[in-house]
Design a binder for this molecule. Structure first.
Ligand SMILES: Cc1cc2nc3c(=O)[nH]c(=O)nc-3n(C[C@H](O)[C@H](O)[C@H](O)COP(=O)(O)OP(=O)(O)OC[C@H]3O[C@@H](n4cnc5c(N)ncnc54)[C@H](O)[C@@H]3O)c2cc1C
Length: 244
């Protein structure tokens, strides 16, 4: 479910349970590199064991497609086990978690980007729109909003840069990636919401870019693990790094 570029992709990393009795269960999961023809039409019945239903209709993030990929009695050669047929067996969960760490920094960066753009739009609109004879940016209520927005964007950017630099240097970054993802995605949503309010009625109109950001921002709260899951990761990692 929810495979980004599921239709266009030529290669799909498929995590499957290969030993349902494994204890703990995550040790019974293996990742397969499965191949398909990029862009072959929905429901074409092109592959044995793989069905691609119509694209999922989404509220936002329409620049990339999202599909379901339904595998049933699907077969792929054992050479396609990620990490090799022997060494890769049962390693799938660890491999996927490793990629999630990079993915979380990626989503954090997208949160910073959306928040930064929403701030720019608010700075511009608040100096264009006049009410009661003054630019709305002259009202302290609006300035306080702008101040909070800019502060959060800066903090989200610094958290994201720190996580990315640790990852780049090959150092442990699980806690930092979780923190960056949690804070930057929540910041994205909050700053977009504030910018939307600053736009007044026009924020609700498709004529203004903020309307699209308003629909795009929530995905970042979900993709690569929800905020609740980030808090679980952060809590666990904190306790393991500070054991008494
Ligand atoms: C547009 C889009 C693109 C995506 N692309 C991909 C992709 O390319 N590849 C991919 O693998 N996935 C992709 N996803 C899936 C995405 O990673 C999941 O949707 C996300 O991790 C949430 O999982 P879920 O939908 O199963 O929600 P659920 O796990 O059902 O969560 C529902 C709610 O319960 C909460 N919850 C769940 N478990 C706990 C817990 N233990 N404790 C407390 N709260 C909990 C969640 O935080 C959430 O609020 C995509 C999703 C979207 C929307």
């Amino acid at each position: 479910m929810w495979v980004t570029n599921g239709l266009l992709s030529g290669v799909v990393f498929l995590l499957a349970k290969t030993d349902p009795d494994a204890d703990p269960p995550y040790k019974g999961m293996t990742c397969f590199i499965t191949e398909k023809e990029p862009g072959v039409a929905e429901n074409a019945g092109e592959y044995e064991g793989l069905d691609i239903p119509p694209k999922i209709k989404k509220m936002g993030y329409k620049g990339v497609e999202s599909t379901e990929l339904v595998y049933e009695d699907y077969r792929c050669p054992s050479a396609n086990v990620l990490g090799g047929e022997e060494a890769g067996l049962g390693q799938g969960f660890r491999q996927m978690m490793d990629s999630l760490e990079v993915g979380r920094v990626n989503v954090a960066a997208r949160g910073v980007g959306i928040a930064q753009r929403a701030l720019e739009l608010a700075l511009r609109y608040s100096q264009e729109r006049k009410t009661f004879g003054r630019q709305i940016a002259d009202h302290q209520a609006i300035q306080f909003k702008l101040a909070d927005m800019a502060t959060k964007v800066e903090a989200a950017r610094l958290l994201t840069l720190r996580a990315a630099r640790l990852k780049d240097a090959g150092e442990r970054s699980d806690l930092e990636a979780g923190m960056a993802k949690l804070f930057a995605s929540e910041t994205g949503k909050e700053v977009v919401e504030d910018s939307f309010r600053i736009h007044g009625g026009y924020g609700y109109s498709k004529e203004y870019e903020i309307e699209r950001l308003y629909r795009d921002a929530p995905l970042l709260l979900i993709g690569e693990g929800t905020s609740e899951i980030q808090r679980m990761v952060i809590g666990k990692k904190l306790l393991s790094r500070h054991r008494v």
